[in-house]
Design a binder for this molecule. Structure first.
Ligand code: RAM
Length: 337
């Protein structure tokens, strides 16, 4: 008896929801076409962050029966990426998902691809000309990412002293936007912290290590280094450990690469988002675009993995806030990415 009335109630509730949904919801988004060919182009293929990003991309491709090729250069530069954009054009791909190593240099090649009806989605790092791609799937607002990194270093250096930024490339939109946001956060909240300089390791482990050395040579009293790149923060942690320096290090890193340095105390805390999710959502957006279901439009929505994403101005879509890692959670996250 009780069971029946509960079941009846459940049916009534379900029907009610369906009726409400039927009355108010937008028409359901059509599923992407199957059999699409999508090129997944990272800044560089020899970067663990993009290996994780591609894992998400391949997961999306499997779900929609697309053929997705992960292809890109071994040096993270725009001119090096252009060769792969051209390859995607020549081989008749339907869409390209790309993290732009250079916010300007790849645009002419992308325009050529668009002329051949290839959908472009940037994911991770955008381009300046937002009309030369349909949407940009980014982790979180630059403001949130930049401010969080400043808060992390401030807490580690007692809100005072000199800090430096060890960035990837001066051409990368994501890095530049985050550094601008860091400067705003420093000015707004930390009058006793000064920014000694921005150094570029070009997402190259050797150059990043050299730049770390340069920071310590030029500023022997440096209190903290923020490295908003997984390649840079790992190189900085490695150098700090081998040189025994005192500087605090934070930024954006892969838990799987950073775990040893957190567990031995070289790095206290840093952060990141889930790069697998980022690649997954970027690829789903590209598939929807190539299927004619997604255009650039402020406020327009698409779904990926059962979640709804809304475009902001200029086709920008955000996943959510970065997570913070320290000795309490690093082991668990290091098993995921
Ligand atoms: C590096 C790349 C990438 C950035 C991450 C955090 O792997 O520069 O673009 O998003 O770090």
């Amino acid at each position: 008896m009780v069971k029946t009335s509960l079941a009846t109630k459940a049916v009534a509730v379900t029907l009610g929801v369906l009726v409400i949904a039927g009355l108010t919801a937008m028409p359901a988004q059509a599923a992407p076409k199957s059999g699409l060919k999508i090129a997944i182009i990272p800044k560089a293929i020899n970067n663990g962050y993009f290996t994780a990003w591609n894992k998400g991309a391949q997961k999306a491709c499997k779900e929609i029966s697309a053929t997705c090729k992960y292809m890109g250069p071994t040096t993270a530069t725009g001119p090096a990426q252009v060769a792969f954009i051209n390859q995607a054009i020549q081989q008749g791909y339907n869409a390209i998902v790309i993290s732009a190593a250079d916010q300007n240099a790849i645009t002419p090649a992308l325009k050529k691809a668009i002329a051949r009806k290839i959908c472009i989605v940037t994911s991770d790092a955008d381009i300046t000309d937002t009309k030369s791609r349909t949407v940009a799937v980014l982790p979180a607002s630059s403001e949130r990412i930049g401010a969080a990194e400043v808060d992390w270093i401030a807490a580690q250096i007692g809100n005072k002293g000199k800090v430096a930024v060890l960035s990837a490339a001066a051409t990368a939109a994501n890095q530049n936007a985050w550094i601008d946001a860091m400067k705003r956060q420093l000015a707004a909240k930390y009058p006793n912290i000064t920014l000694a300089g921005v150094y570029y390791g070009d997402d190259d482990a050797t150059k990043s290590a050299q730049q770390y050395g340069q920071i310590l040579t030029e500023h022997p009293d440096i209190a903290g280094i923020i490295s908003p790149t997984t390649v840079g923060i790992r190189a900085a942690a490695q150098e700090k450990k081998s040189k025994g320096s005192k500087v605090a290090i934070t930024g954006l890193g892969l838990p799987s690469e950073m775990a040893p340095y957190v567990l031995d105390g070289t790095v206290k805390e840093f952060g990141l988002w889930n790069p697998i999710d980022l690649g997954y959502v970027g690829t789903m957006a590209a598939a929807e675009c190539a299927s004619g279901n997604l255009k650039q439009a402020n406020g327009a929505k698409f779904t990926a993995g059962g979640k709804s994403y809304t475009q902001g101005a200029n086709g920008v879509v955000y996943l959510g806030d970065p997570y913070k890692f320290d000795s309490s959670n690093i082991v668990a996250f290091s098993k995921i990415y």
